[in-house]
Design a protein around this ligand. Structure first.
Ligand code: LIP
Length: 256
């Protein structure tokens, strides 16, 4: 499956890359949530190829109606994770593909065709960037840790979510080295996996934002939980907290 999957994702990356350097017609799904013709084109291409070659999996995809799709043996697609970056030509945008067998992560691919970076992990076989093994950082001190986060689209209308973001930053910022906001959850998780960031947290993400990144990070030696430190559920949990494992508890204490 690996070879065929990567071949398909790389081809889809050509569509993303063409769009990145072209005029895009942008539509607003919500006040802050964008979609372009390229999100739709990448998704259409991936769905066509996956249903041709991987018939044993159903498909859950960001721009599709997934109401009648039951999560189980599933391929979860985010055609462009970091659409706001894509629209504004910030080079942090990626195709994210999480392959799940019986609801358990099996393969994860995050491909950024602008920077030509392909992250790959298969359960039990480690995590790789362009074929080279990656692992999380060995930093143990939260105060020396570089973190990443994201801001939810709901902050446009939901005051509780907005206040939550601000309060968490108030608690964490004085207690770490600094905080970054790159704008693509799948890439943020991969940045923790390769040891650039010690940790990453965000609220209100969708399964397609993180379905691949969570496996890539755990295969790189990291830890992913919800706010209570329990196993993270990609469909159910409001918060994702992801780290190198070593600063996880210290971060959870500040976040809560
Ligand atoms: C986006 C994320 C981003 C997050 C947004 C959104 P999209 O994904 O990856 O980091 O802050 O809430 O979910 O919508 O570009 O696929």
């Amino acid at each position: 499956m690996k070879k065929r999957l990567i071949k398909i994702v790389k081809k889809a990356g050509k569509i993303l890359k063409k769009g990145y350097y072209s005029d895009k017609s942008v539509r607003f799904k919500a006040k802050k949530d964008l979609v372009t013709i390229y999100d739709l084109a990448v998704e259409k291409y991936l769905k066509k190829e996956f249903s041709k070659y991987f018939k044993e999996f159903n498909i859950i995809a960001e721009e599709s109606n997934n109401n009648s799709v039951e999560f189980g043996n599933s391929i979860i697609i985010d055609p462009i994770d970091g659409t706001t970056n894509f629209v504004n030509q910030v080079p942090h945008c990626a195709i994210s593909i999480g392959v799940y067998k019986d609801k358990k992560p099996y393969i994860g691919v995050v491909y950024n065709p602008i920077l030509e970076e392909l992250y790959f992990a298969k359960k039990g076989f480690g995590a790789f960037l362009n074929g080279k093994k990656i692992s999380v950082s060995s930093e143990k001190d939260l105060q020396k840790s570089l973190l990443a986060t994201g801001f939810p689209y709901s902050s446009a209308e939901n005051k509780d979510d907005l206040n939550d973001v601000i309060n968490k930053i108030k608690n964490i910022l004085p207690n770490c080295q600094d905080i970054r906001r790159l704008g693509s959850a799948s890439i943020d998780l991969c940045m923790v996996a390769k040891g650039v960031f010690e940790a990453y947290y965000e609220m209100n993400l969708k399964a397609w934002d993180v379905s691949a990144g969570v496996l890539i990070l755990s295969e790189a030696g990291g830890k992913v939980t919800n706010l209570d430190g329990k196993e993270h559920d990609i469909f159910e949990d409001k918060y994702i907290v992801a780290s190198n494992g070593l600063i996880h508890n210290a971060l959870l204490e500040k976040i809560k």
